[in-house]
Design a protein around this ligand. Sequence first.
Ligand code: KG4
Ligand code: ZN
Length: 334
Amino acid sequence: MKDVYILGIETSCDETSASIVKNGTEEIATVISSQIDIHKNFGGVVPEIASRHHVKNITMVLEECLEKANMKMEDMDAIAITYGPGLIGSLLIGLEAAKTLAFLYGKPLIPVHHIAGHIYANSLVKELQFPLLAVVVSGGHTELIEMKGHYQFEKLGGTLDDAIGECYDKVARVMDLEYPGGPKLDKLAATGNPSYKLPVPLKDDSYNFSFSGLKSAVINLVHNEEQRKEGIRKEDLAASFQKVAVESIVTKARKAIIDKGIKNVIVAGGVAANNGLRTAMKALTDELGVELSIPPMKYCTDNGTMIASAGYYAYLDGRRADLTLNSKSQDTLK
Ligand code: KG4
Ligand code: ZN
């Protein structure tokens, strides 16, 4: 079969990224322009500022990616674009760029769901095996998704309130850690003891999660200690929070693996970078004798590579969009 080159474009949040991937698995070139340093000053992503920076960066990022690959738009077989979910103003910039290129060069336009991208980040490392359980953990998502084959997604459950990454960032903020707090909280947790007692969320039979109660418990604890003029043992609080958050994911993942006869577990999304979660998922999958895949750090946070990879499998699945494709801030993965 002829080699297939996909240009993937990702602008759903605060990263402007383009990447060229060959046959869904081989990264040819990637460019990521991150806005973390800009949003840091505001303690979180400011949507208006994010979209303005995407406008400023997108052409440069695309040009640099083609240059790095030493390829031309004419060499691409299709253009894959994150149409959603994400920040609508940010999504629109990538989408318009993708549509313009598709129209100008007469290339197929492949709509990619952001979470499909996070899942397919794994196929850049290892072939996916089915039935597969994707544990999707990011700033916007906490979901368990079953896949019986390529591009067949079934959501088993998800968070009823906050996403796990969002919860990490908010807890980190109350502990005065700089944005994005998730990775800093993770580092701090490794140096502490889980000696604070925190409520274990949603101990039920579903595949769902809840993180707002845990978040509020930490915030209240910090405020109470401040009022009593007692210092918080930050590293112990970080370790206590991480223990409960990770356990909550592991408990529901365990149930899904057993119930669904899963062969391959993948952990996807920004929080897949979390060391506590990586260690706990490794122990769980070793115990149950199933294969675990976690992408290397560089594929865990938002990037165009994962979109190009997912785009390849969507392309094989016959998925195409025309120029009426619109961005969606929310959409179910299907
Ligand atoms: O997937 P991603 O780049 O963006 C979304 O689609 O949301 O994920 C970003 C999220 C942020 O909430 C960030 O704090 C969190 O992933 N994150 C982590 C770690 N690294 C990134 N959370 C906990 N521990 C980490 N090591
Ligand atoms: Zn993401």
